[in-house]
Design a protein around this ligand. Structure first.
Ligand code: ATP
Length: 235
């Protein structure tokens, strides 16, 4: 479904991704592990079109993803749930969710998608008329994920869904990720919580200094020194 090869990207003069290669097949949940600063969020940025690539290729369902502007990628089914939640604080929960469904493909299914998101996170249904800025960190994270689902994605990019959340809320988030994974949505998960990530993933990659340094199934990754190193080096 997704094939990244020789990807270089960065910010101004500084290159962060130095020839990244990885693949995702339909139906997989792939986790991208690695220490702070390895380039995981930058990878998500390039995939969603927020960060420009300077070299390399990304094929998505046979198409050249890098040639597509961000809004076309959303239409093609690529949706990002960004790190740090980034909900619109002055809008209500439901207004934030509706903003996720602005592309033509998603708009027609808005009602059904809203019901699905509210089923997944009943807390959001209870708070649908509340200002998002007044919600807890965990609720805002649910909202960021819900908003990405409203775009009717086929490939969901999940950047640090458990960052800064209390253990109970982390459990809620991962239960939701499992539910989403059981649908036809393919997931790329960036997560500092290695144990939680490996509990939902089918396979994973370890990044260091803008490259993949290790790949394997979850059993291998749990046992690998690279993962231990990344885990210990993480936040
Ligand atoms: P983290 O867990 O800290 O998010 P990460 O693996 O996701 O780690 P990135 O956020 O991709 O790493 O950051 C990789 C490098 O790019 C870091 O050195 C960071 O300082 C730099 N960087 C990230 N965002 C920007 C930006 N907007 N402008 C300039 N440099 C940036």
């Amino acid at each position: 479904m997704l094939s990244v090869s020789g990807l270089h990207a960065g910010y101004g003069e500084s290159t962060v991704l130095h020839g990244l290669d990885f693949e995702l097949h339909r139906g997989e949940v792939i986790c991208l592990l690695g220490a702070n600063g390895a380039g995981k969020t930058t990878t998500m940025g390039v995939l969603s079109g927020l960060v420009a690539a300077s070299a390399g290729r990304i094929r998505y369902d046979g198409a050249d993803l890098l040639a597509m502007p961000s809004h076309e990628r959303v239409m093609a089914g690529v949706a990002l749930s960004p790190e740090g939640r980034k909900v619109f604080p002055n809008l209500t929960v439901e207004e934030n969710l509706v903003l996720g469904s602005f592309n033509v493909n998603a708009r027609a299914q808005r009602k059904r998608k809203l019901d699905e998101v509210y089923d997944l996170f009943p807390r959001l249904a209870e708070r649908r008329r509340q200002s998002s800025g007044l919600m807890s960190g965990g609720e805002q994270q649910m909202l960021a994920l819900g908003r990405a689902l409203m775009a009717n994605p086929r490939l969901l990019l999940l950047d640090e869904p458990s960052l800064g959340l209390a253990p109970k809320v982390v459990q809620t988030m991962f239960a939701a990720i499992r539910t989403i994974a059981a649908t036809d949505i393919t997931i790329l998960l960036v997560e500092q919580n290695t144990h939680a990530a490996l509990s939902v993933a089918t396979r994973g990659y370890v990044m260091a200094a803008g490259r993949i340094v290790h790949a394997g199934d979850t059993t291998e990754l749990r046992a690998s020194p690279e993962v231990r190193e990344a885990f210990i080096g993480g936040k």
